[in-house]
Design a protein around this ligand. Structure first.
Ligand code: C5P
Length: 310
């Protein structure tokens, strides 16, 4: 059973002060984009996780992997022993602020649910997603949504057109808790977060220029403070013709909105030549959420299937 799950970009990420539970209240406007991980589940003697893809060596293969935790949580609720092999074919940058780990959690959950025919309702699956992490429910749902609370309470949003993006990948990841801590240091008096009506209208009408004028990320200053070179990447993307650029989520991936698909390709090649990023990829939105695709489109080869560490 194989499930394909999209990456996300936050077109607005408004962050409030730290809550007593350590999380932050958010107004988080998620947009799913057409970069995907694929999670394949097969029956096995015990739970194990393998991963292939350009960043595979950075993916933890132990029980901290959200795919493994998703299988365990669903199995525990339905009295099943989670003896499965979860294989992740990873195309979403690791620790990049694009919800790659969350995608694998949502993908494994849907794949195991289909394999075991648990009959779990959508609400139960969303509940498990929220237990796995703040961004995981959105990975299941896809499209566009406003996330409130710590980001897990979703209201679907209408998107009236296709948006074209360029993503510039940085070397290494950024830890989400570290970025939130830096936000707290830089923003001692954070205002209660709210979604911007003009941004929601731009999504609804599919107006790229209007969306470019309203993109915002309250974590950007924190991510740039921790990784000052991101300012050079943002400047290079804008100089290459992007309508706007911002840090994706907690970073360090940067996202650039392009006028159209052709412009996105041009910006991506200029970014690659600029020397300010490790790689640049184009993608479009909104992409569908986690979807059962049956057979894996890209099967793991014999020499690249890294075994689980524990
Ligand atoms: O929910 P998730 O496990 O993805 O969150 C990872 C970390 O990011 C949290 O432990 C917390 O430090 C930070 N976070 C936060 N406020 C949120 C979401 C995440 O402070 N709304």
């Amino acid at each position: 059973m194989t499930v394909r799950v999209p990456a996300k970009v936050n077109v607005q990420l408004a962050v409030g002060g730290a809550r007593p539970d350590g999380f932050h209240d958010l107004a988080n406007v998620f947009l799913a984009v057409s970069l995907y991980d694929e999670v394949t589940v097969t029956p096995a003697d015990s739970l194990r996780v393998t991963c292939t893809g350009p960043d595979a060596d950075q993916v933890p293969l132990d029980r901290t992997n959200l795919a493994a935790r998703a299988a365990e949580l669903l199995a525990a609720r339905h009295g099943i022993t989670p003896d499965v092999h979860l294989h992740i074919d990873k195309d979403i940058p690791v620790a990049g602020g694009m919800a790659g780990g969350s995608a694998d959690g949502a993908g494994a959950l849907l794949a195991c649910d289909a394999l075991w025919s648990t009959g779990a309702s959508r609400e139960e699956l969303l509940d498990i997603c929220a237990e796995l992490g703040s961004d995981v429910p959105f990975s299941l749902v896809g499209g566009a949504a406003l996330g409130t609370g710590r980001g897990e309470l979703l209201t679907p949003l209408t998107v009236g057109g296709t948006f074209h993006w360029v993503f510039a990948m940085a070397d290494g990841g950024l830890s989400t808790p570290t970025v939130f801590r830096e936000f707290d240091r830089l923003t001692p008096d954070a205002a209660p977060p709210a979604a911007a009506p003009a941004l929601l209208a731009a999504l609804r009408t599919g107006d790229t220029t209007a969306l470019a004028g309203t993109l915002s990320n309250d974590l950007q200053a924190a991510a740039v403070s921790l990784r000052p070179a991101l300012a050079d990447t943002l400047a290079a993307g804008t100089a290459a013709g992007a309508l706007a650029g911002l840090v994706s989520g907690s970073g360090p991936t940067t996202a650039f909105l392009a006028k159209d698909a052709e412009s996105a390709e041009r910006i991506a090649s200029e970014l690659r030549a600029s020397g300010t990023c490790r790689a640049a990829r184009v993608a479009s939105s909104a992409a569908p959420g986690a979807t059962v695709v049956g057979r894996p489109a890209r099967r793991p080869g014999p020499g690249n299937d890294r075994p689980a560490r524990s």
